[in-house]
Design a protein around this ligand. Structure first.
Ligand code: S3P
Length: 436
């Protein structure tokens, strides 16, 4: 429960490479665990969340070896997992429990999976519903919460019109679709990150995409190959982690930083458009595609930010970056208003409440709403360093560390270790780039 003190900074300079993308690392680890042979993942995420996934895959019989940021995972094919004698622990990771449930729904044994107190409060009905429709037998506390008990096998394909725009729900159904008889299709109401689709193709599954509909062919029966192939892949840096540095560099005039080897998948870069629309100076360099994922470098300079309204179909595309945007609100010209983002209330914390509370602690004017918040602009001179309560939520801790760089006086982040859920070395890197 370590506290971190953030002193105001003049500007940010230098270069940084963020840990491997969290979303991509989860998917490669899971697919590697059900592929045949050894998958080598370089620059694998340092996030505690992704290590929760590795722990679960290992408990299910995959052989997992970790050497610094290289992970080697040996699977025995899609039917090679075995039942775990102990309950799987997804810890703080929603992606682990929801995506893995899709795979577990395809296994002919029973698995219990749970997580920490925060994860046990997050809704699971969204995946339990479609997975049951496919034929899995699932029990959940109050029919909605972890622990989940999943007895899988004998799945059939479904056409699933998703009621919400969630990459985790889409992914759970597509992963279950690997084990189902026939072709499973998922249609999303708005675009969400497509790492699962790309990773499935990379590991050899048959995927068809048409607009917001994705189809996956079952591996067994029909035209299915019955297997996935092991891969050697470099994981791109995490753009959602890079966003804290983009925000900090934009916030402090005279900043000039480079972010190298970062994932620029078009379903993740809406945040760069939002920043650019507000007047940020961001340049994309050396862009290439590798294993289906776009990767490149970013150059960011300090700029004055206008602020604005973020709403509608862009919300699912910037869902993890909204805490950082909201925390920048007071430093912008027009302020930041976030609408249609009720999902923020069921993330690692109730992020709307956590943002409103901590912005007020710093002296900002905030209006909290059921589906978002409105943060007044032009408050730069009025913001003071404060004691921040991140509610155990990594993105709240990191967002306020950045906001603290431009406040008057020191900001203290309570329980700052929670940043390790996605970025264990975040505070060291921020301090390295910040000039005071
Ligand atoms: C993720 C999807 C998003 C995001 C989460 C990671 C993923 O969640 O917030 O951090 O890797 O698929 P939802 O699908 O619940 O929106």
């Amino acid at each position: 429960m370590k506290k971190q003190t953030i002193q105001p900074a003049k500007h940010l300079t230098g270069g940084v490479e963020t840990p491997g993308d969290k979303s991509i690392s989860h998917r490669y680890a899971m697919l590697g665990g059900i592929a045949e042979g050894t998958t080598e993942l370089r620059h694998f995420s340092a996030a505690a969340d992704c290590h929760s996934t590795l722990g679960c895959m290992s408990a299910l019989g995959a052989d997992v070896k970790i050497e610094k940021d290289t992970v080697r995972i040996t699977g025995r094919g899609p039917r090679g997992l075995k039942s775990s004698w102990r309950a799987l622990d997804a810890e703080n990771s929603g992606t682990t429990i929801r995506l893995l449930s899709g795979i577990l729904a395809g296994q002919e044994f029973t698995t219990k999976i749970s997580g920490d107190a925060s994860l046990q409060k997050r809704p699971m009905k969204r995946i339990v519903g479609p997975l049951r429709e496919m034929g899995a037998d699932i029990r959940a506390r109050e029919d909605n919460f972890a622990p989940l008990e999943i007895k899988g096998g004998n799945l059939h394909a479904i056409d699933y019109p998703m009621p919400m725009a969630s990459a985790q729900v889409k992914s759970a159904v597509l992963l279950a679709g690997l084990f189902a008889e026939g072709v499973t299709s998922v249609t999303e109401p708005a675009r969400t990150r497509d790492h699962t689709e790309l990773a499935l193709e990379e590991f050899g599954a048959a995927v068809e995409r048409d607009g917001r509909t994705t189809k996956v062919h079952g591996l067994f029966g029909g035209n299915g190959s019955g297997k996935l192939v092991a891969k050697t892949i470099d994981v791109p840096g995490d753009l959602s982690s890079a966003v804290f540095f983009i925000a900090a560099a934009s916030l402090l005039p005279d900043s000039n930083i480079g972010i190298y080897n970062v994932g620029l998948n078009p379903t993740r870069t809406a945040i760069l458009d939002v920043f650019a629309g507000m007047g940020a100076s961001i340049q994309m360099l050396s862009v290439k595609t590798s294993h289906g994922e776009v990767v490149g470098d970013l150059a960011i300079k300090g700029a004055s930010l206008r602020g604005g309204v973020i709403e509608g179909d862009v919300i699912p595309l910037v869902i993890d970056e909204l805490p950082m945007l909201a925390a920048l609100g007071p430093y912008t010209e027009e302020g930041i208003e976030i609408r249609n983002a009720t999902e923020l209330r069921v993330k690692e914390s109730d992020r709307i409440a956590a943002l409103a509370e901590n912005l007020r602690r710093m002296g900002a004017a905030v209006e909290e709403r059921p589906d978002g918040l409105k943060v007044a602009g032009r408050q730069a001179g009025k913001l003071r360093g404060a004691e921040i309560e991140p509610r155990g939520d990594h993105r709240i801790a990191m967002a306020f560390a950045v906001a603290g760089l431009a406040a008057d006086g020191a900001t203290v982040i309570r329980d700052a270790d929670c940043a390790g859920v996605s970025y264990p070395t975040f505070f060291e890197e921020l301090n390295r780039l910040a000039e005071r």
